[in-house]
Design a protein around this ligand. Structure first.
Ligand SMILES: Nc1ncnc2c1ncn2[C@@H]1O[C@H](COP(=O)(O)OP(=O)(O)OP(=O)(O)O)[C@@H](O)[C@H]1O
Ligand SMILES: [Mg+2]
Length: 842
């Protein structure tokens, strides 16, 4: 480095010193953000800009006006970005004061490149460990914040698996945790690629309480229900600490803390969420359940629908309340249409509000909030008409209507203050309407009178000097001047003061011109400053009402979700599911919601399902490839989720006893990142199901044991099925290609066989996609092989071997050979198995 460090570089180093690691410093220099030294070397290739040098110092820069795209690139590369702005006045020869105004990280991206239909959460984990029999047992607090919408959630998880599942559900852009977590869970950085480890002290329990209490200005956090989630609160404290102190974000718009509990929800683990393609699919959003159901009109609604979907309810009363609202909307299609029309005029209130409180809003945010608020009175009116239309009570709908605040005085003020299409910047004026502020009107009048005077000056001076080509002009450097060409210089009056010589002539000013220029520019400057002040006043007025506006936005979002679900139900003829605490699982003429909407030429073949959870607890589904087994299982899972999130379902009838957890095990995929083989992944997933499923769960197994030798696989599948049926007693559907597995039905009364019907026509198999009772005809594998043109000899020999195999299948009493030698303890109670577990099977 050079010996003489310039004052500016001194300033740079001083600011750079206090930044968190892995943060690029973008240093504002006039119209550019510059990066220096190591930052520049690293960032230039990410930004795809040239690396240059200032003296010995490597540097690169991006234009301030198009900074967004570049910021996105840096954040996408997993870096944090500190923005350093010029805060003092620029004076020649003096170093301008600079300050770090914001630190952006992937989770705090705000609206830079944000998709409005998804949340952008930053999450924090707190780990708690306890020793039990020399073994450490971990439990977790989890908190997550979306700064762009002001949402703040906390919860607790009783084990590591549950933590990972919840993080997948929330899918935060960034996760932070205390450094010590890595000692406890060495694998965590592999499991959570977006994890950032922070100093342990940020997660100190006492300071967490102090920080949160002072943020919410409360004596105790119990009012938020915080006492129920003590570990969650520590995570919340750490998170707030990280956002405010480390990233220096303004979090004043976070107005409530929302603890939630898992026992109030249908738990869907991470694998199930991805198998079922609830919100993401490699085939695109159109293939997801969210894609099939989302007809929301507002960004708030779209985000909330996703939330409802990944976290459905598990209390019949709460679900019924939602279904009641849907029923009401479906009974009144005209009001539903009105509601949707009105909702389509509501913009992203949550994000505008958040930009306001973070001081990154412009007048367009005010206009957007104002126009959204303008829709609220009518929205309330439609809601009231709906409520009035029923004789019974509609408490949930009524509550949402009560949460819509019209805020008429505020709205009126915004309407009278703001022009309809204000500019994107708040410093250049042009935001405030004429007639709103007398001082502003006067300043504007002054400036425009001055301009008129100048406009008339040219004519006047031509008259006075006789120079026909004389021009009065303006440029940013000299301001107003009079231009005279070289040939006319002799006629210039004596009171002209020469300013500049150009190629064709000279430029002059006069004292009057300078005076008028001062007046105009002064008036313009003052009117810009006044507009900015008025903008800040309006901003403050909105922020005063932040809680009410947030509540309004969230109620509008909920109404949007309801009307979207109602619209989908109306379009595709969905029906209301019956929900209770039984263990029934009954679907009549159910359809797969996604495929049903996608099929154009053909129609989806509807199918029934029935497990009563008492006697009938398990169905084994066989059938050739491509028959529709996987589709059927997924359909059962998706309808369960829809019913429990409070939606109508694509079925003629559905009766569901609440499901506490939904498990699926579908197909097989390698998890190379964790060094696990296909079969290992499959067994891990199966193991998780066997450890967690309860009598209230729904378990859908799509082929188990295919990843290993046939006999091993079949034996495992058989024994897994027995365990599920005998001990866990969960409602289970099991699709399989093992044609021996249907023999299980001979050993247990509550296991039944289903197969997917096919018809053979002229050597061709026609898939009927119809689920029918009984096991599949066993000869299809060989029939398909024949269709594929295998040599005649091979087909016949295969048939011979098949007969041999089948002969050995049943014993003298007609019971399957496979199932013989079963252990007498098989009749043990569930309690025994849980307590003695492993020994029973030794
Ligand atoms: N009920 C139905 N109505 C119309 N089409 C269906 C139906 N069920 C399945 N299909 C279509 O059949 C195709 C195959 O279905 P699916 O993948 O469920 O078969 P599968 O029995 O699981 O096959 P494999 O044994 O190879 O896994 C799907 O792409 C789907 O579009
Ligand atoms: Mg399949």
């Amino acid at each position: 480095m050079s010996e003489t460090v310039t004052p500016m570089m001194k300033q740079y180093h001083l600011l750079r010193r206090d930044l968190p690691p892995d943060t690029f410093l973008l240093f504002r220099l006039g119209d550019f953000y510059e990066l220096f030294l190591e930052d520049a070397v690293q960032a230039a290739p990410i930004l795809n800009v040239a690396l240059t040098k200032r003296g010995e110092t490597p540097m690169c820069g991006v234009p301030y006006h198009s900074a967004r795209v570049y910021l996105e690139k840096l954040l996408a590369a997993g870096k944090r970005v500190a923005l350093c702005e010029q805060v003092g006045e620029v004076q020649t020869g003096k170093l301008v004061q600079r300050q770090i105004t914001r630190i952006l990280s992937p989770g705090t991206l705000e609206d830079v490149g944000l998709e409005s239909s998804t949340n952008n959460f930053t999450a924090a984990i707190h780990v708690h460990s306890k020793k039990k029999n020399e073994e450490a047992i971990f439990s977790f607090g989890l908190a997550f914040i979306d700064l762009s919408t002001g949402e703040f959630f906390v919860t607790e998880l009783s084990n590591y698996e549950a933590l990972l599942d919840e993080i997948v559900r929330v899918s935060p852009a960034e996760v932070v945790a205390p450094r010590k977590i890595e000692e406890a869970l060495p694998l965590i950085k592999k499991d959570l690629s977006s994890l950032e480890l922070l100093e342990d002290y940020l997660f100190d329990p006492t300071s967490a309480h102090e920080l949160l209490s002072s943020h919410f200005k409360v004596q105790s956090l119990d009012g938020f229900g915080a006492d129920e989630v003590p570990m969650g609160i520590i995570a919340a404290g750490g998170l707030l600490h990280y956002l405010t102190r480390k990233l220096r974000r303004d979090v004043s718009h976070l107005r409530t803390l929302r603890p939630y509990h898992h026992h109030n929800h249908l738990l869907i683990d991470a694998t199930t969420q991805s198998h079922l393609e609830l919100v993401n699919s490699r085939a695109g959003r159109g293939m997801t359940l969210l894609g099939a159901l989302d007809r929301t009109k507002t960004p708030m609604g779209s985000r909330m629908l996703r939330e409802w979907m990944v976290r459905p309810l598990s209390e019949p009363a709460a679900i019924t309340a939602r279904l009641d609202v849907l029923a009401l909307l479906l009974d009144h299609p005209l009001l539903l249409g009105d509601l949707r029309e009105e909702l389509s005029g509501i913009r992203d209130m949550e994000r505008s509000l958040s930009r306001l409180s973070q001081n990154s809003a412009n007048a367009r945010d005010l206009v957007s909030l104002s126009s959204s608020l303008g829709r609220i009175p009518h929205l309330k009116k439609i809601g009231a008409s709906l409520v009035a239309a029923v004789t019974s009570e509609a408490p949930l709908l009524q509550k949402l209507i009560d949460q819509l605040h019209t805020l008429a005085p505020l709205h009126d003020k915004l309407v009278s203050a703001l022009v309809e299409e204000p500019p994107a910047t708040i410093k250049e004026g042009g935001m405030i309407r004429e007639g709103f502020d007398r001082d502003l009107d006067e300043l504007r009048l002054g400036a425009s009178d001055g301009k008129k005077w100048i406009a008339s000056l040219q004519e006047q001076e031509i008259q006075r000097t006789g120079i026909k080509s004389l021009k009065v002009r303006f440029n940013a450097i000299f301001g107003y001047f009079i231009e005279v060409t070289s040939s006319n210089l002799a006629h210039v009056p004596t009171d002209y003061i020469r300013k500049q010589t150009t190629a064709n002539g000279e430029r002059f000013v006069t004292p009057e011109l300078k005076e008028m220029e001062g007046k105009i520019l002064g008036a313009q400057e003052r009117s810009k400053a006044l507009e900015l002040a008025l903008f800040q006043e309006l901003r403050a007025a909105l922020l005063d009402a932040v809680s009410k506006i947030q509540e309004t936005a969230s109620a509008a979002g909920a109404l949007d979700v309801f009307s979207s679900l109602a619209e989908t139900a109306r379009l595709y003829g969905y029906t209301r599911p019956q929900i209770d605490t039984s263990t029934i699982f009954s679907i009549i003429e159910g359809r797969h919601p996604v495929i049903d909407q996608q099929l154009r030429e053909k129609t989806f073949v509807p199918n029934d399902a029935l497990l009563d959870g008492e006697e009938d607890r398990m169905a084994i589904i066989t059938g050739p490839n491509m028959a529709g087994k996987s589709t059927y299982l997924k359909q059962c899972a998706l309808l369960t989720i829809m019913a429990q999130m409070g939606s109508y379902v694509p079925a003629k009838k559905m009766h569901l006893g609440i499901v506490d957890r939904l498990f699926t095990r579908v197909g097989a995929s390698d998890d190379l990142a964790r060094g696990q083989s296909t079969f290992m992944v499959e067994m891990n997933e199966t193991s998780k199901i066997l450890h967690h499923a309860t009598r209230k769960s729904l378990v859908l197994l799509d082929e188990i044991g295919r990843g290993t030798a046939t006999f091993d696989g079949l034996s495992l599948a058989w024994s897994v099925a027995e365990y599920l049926y005998d001990f866990l007693k969960a409602r289970t559907m099991f699709a399989t290609h093992y044609h021996e597995l249907p023999d299980l039905a001979r050993t247990r009364p509550g296991i039944k066989n289903l197969n997917v019907a096919v018809r053979e026509r002229n050597e061709e198999i026609v898939f009927l996609h119809k689920i029918v009772p009984g096991a599949a005809d066993r000869s299809y594998g060989i029939a398909v092989a024949r269709l594929a043109g295998l040599p005649h000899w091979v087909i016949e020999r295969a048939q011979e071997i098949l007969v041999n195999l089948e002969k050995a299948e049943l014993n003298a009493e007609g019971r399957p050979q496979l199932a013989s030698h079963w252990m007498p303890q098989r009749r043990a109670s569930r309690k025994q198995v849980v307590e003695e577990g492993p020994t029973l099977f030794d």
